[in-house]
Design a protein around this ligand. Structure first.
Ligand SMILES: Cc1cc2nc3c(=O)[nH]c(=O)nc-3n(C[C@H](O)[C@H](O)[C@H](O)COP(=O)(O)O)c2cc1C
Length: 478
């Protein structure tokens, strides 16, 4: 039996996520990103299509590398205006029972103590359906507005990220023992202080002496996703990720990346399948191939070349306005997303890329393939991608929204289901269960977060005395 293909949708709280210029298409409702109805309707559509999760991208700056200006991005709505990605999740959770939510947060600009609480809160409010796409950011414009003169260096961002993860794992897994919350009305004990522990973290980047503020949620640690594919990014992903999200151009090239990352997982002491892999994919689907091709041409007529180059400037750190439009791009280390550079240079030696070719490629769907055709054609292509590239699923971006998601849920999902590649109904109810199987709501034993499970039990506690103190003894002391 062929493996299940996991479906995820990819969106952002902005009018133009991965298909620059298409916000102008008359049927595109992307400009209603700032209404709660857009998000609740989308969540219902995705749950009807038994998508595992909605991925929400995020950045903390404006794309101002291209032409050294934020004007192109503003004119074209290229990921600006951009709202906070966390705040619509509760509303979507309220109108769904199963859909998961993986939200991007760049830890480079966060404090682990505060961010851990935000994720715990959402894990409570979604009953264990929350995931975190851990990113380190790539925009200098984010650093400049968040108290730094420039970004930390590329690899140093991942060093900070490793310590950040250690702190949040301690808070989520170790600070509160199972059974700490007793809610004993008769004795007046809500939480047993002897079962809540300060984490006493003192590291290179962070000092967090205290206890986690939130009580344990269903998953404790949210499902961890990651999307950086540079050598250092891959090491980080292999250590922490339960889901890895990849840019993709050809499945044979992506295969090298999934194989190399599975090797890295083993080197990190985790099974080769400890993380799932998803490629960014956009689909343009209609009843027939001919109609889908017509639709694709129609969508492409709205693509913005300036927008594509604006996106690429932000991702890669390269201003392609300084290149001749037919000049071949060569790899160089920048301080932005190195994988966005290597994918157009070193990843596929059989192909070279110029600014014109990149702008053309990025016109719809970012750094991912656009699958065009009837439900059968698109399902064939998805199966080929998943099987050749060694993927576990896809992350579906839109050309227009919610149209692209509705087309996919109505036309492609039934076809994939017929082939036994998409489940009929959710198995389990937490996001981690969708990743690792029913019953696996907590992190796997071989995940680094598990090392902190119960790690502080029996040690110093919020009771301020020996852990053998009972709630009654603590209460009696006053
Ligand atoms: C498919 C994909 C999606 C990404 N989405 C985001 C995002 O929403 N926000 C963000 O700050 N970075 C995002 N990134 C960037 C990465 O998480 C990472 O910070 C960046 O690729 C730099 O790491 P690298 O040099 O290891 O590739 C994404 C990367 C990929 C490949």
């Amino acid at each position: 039996m062929a493996r299940r293909i996991s479906l995820n949708a990819f969106d952002m709280t902005t009018p133009s996520h991965q298909s620059p210029g298409l916000w102008r298409h008359p049927e595109n409702r992307a400009d209603t990103y700032n209404t709660i109805g857009y998000w609740t309707d989308l969540a219902k559509t995705l749950e009807k299509g038994t998508f595992d999760a909605l991925f929400l991208a995020d950045v903390l700056g404006v794309y101002d590398v291209y032409k050294n200006s934020s004007a192109p991005a503003l004119l074209d709505a290229d990921q600006v205006p951009l709202n906070d990605p966390f705040l619509q999740i509760s509303a979507m959770a309220a109108v769904t029972r199963n859909l998961g939510f993986a939200v991007t947060s760049a830890l480079t600009y966060e404090q682990p103590y505060a961010l851990a609480r935000k994720f715990s809160t959402l894990d409570h409010l979604t009953d264990g359906r929350i995931g975190w796409n851990v990113v380190t950011s790539y925009l200098e414009s984010a650093a400049r507005n968040l108290g730094m003169s420039r970004q930390l260096d590329h690899d140093a961002r991942y060093d900070l990220a490793d310590e950040f993860m250690e702190v949040v794992y301690k808070l989520w897994e170790g600070s509160w023992d199972d059974g700490a919350v007793v809610k004993d009305r008769a004795r007046g004990v809500y939480t047993d202080p002897s079962k809540v522990h300060p984490i006493n973290h003192h590291g290179r980047y962070f000092d967090v002496p205290g206890i986690h503020l939130s009580e344990p949620s269903a998953q404790r640690t949210p499902a961890i996703f990651q999307a950086g594919a540079s050598p250092r990014g891959r090491t980080f992903g292999a250590a922490h990720a339960e889901g890895i999200f990849l840019n993709a151009i050809r499945p044979e090239i992506t295969r090298r990346s999934t194989d190399a990352t599975r090797d890295a997982l083993e080197e990190a002491g985790r099974p080769r399948d400890a993380s799932k892999f998803y490629a960014l994919v956009t689909a343009v689907v209609a009843d027939s191939d001919a109609e889908a091709e017509r639709l694709h041409r129609e969508y492409r007529s709205y693509s913005s070349r300036e927008g594509a180059l604006t996106f690429y400037g932000g991702w890669s750190g390269l201003d392609l306005s300084r290149y001749a439009s037919d000049e071949e791009l060569k790899y160089l280390d920048t301080n932005a997303a190195r994988s966005a550079l290597s994918i157009f240079t070193t990843a596929d030696p059989s192909r070279s890329w110029t600014p014109n070719a990149i702008a053309d490629y990025l016109g719809i769907g970012g750094i991912g393939p656009v699958l065009v055709g009837s439900p059968e054609t698109v399902a064939d292509e998805i199966e080929r991608w998943v099987d050749v590239a060694g993927l576990d699923g896809i992350n579906l971006a839109y050309a227009i929204t919610p149209g692209s998601f509705e087309q996919f849920a109505d036309l492609v999902v039934p076809e994939l289901r017929k082939r036994g590649r998409v489940w009929d109904k959710y198995q389990g109810s937490t996001l981690r269960e969708y990743l690792s199987g029913e019953g696996n709501t907590r992190v796997a034993d071989d995940h680094p977060a598990a090392a902190y499970r119960g790690a502080f039990a029996g040690g110093p506690s919020a009771a301020g005395a020996a852990a053998t103190d009972t709630p009654d003894a603590v209460l009696a002391r006053g």
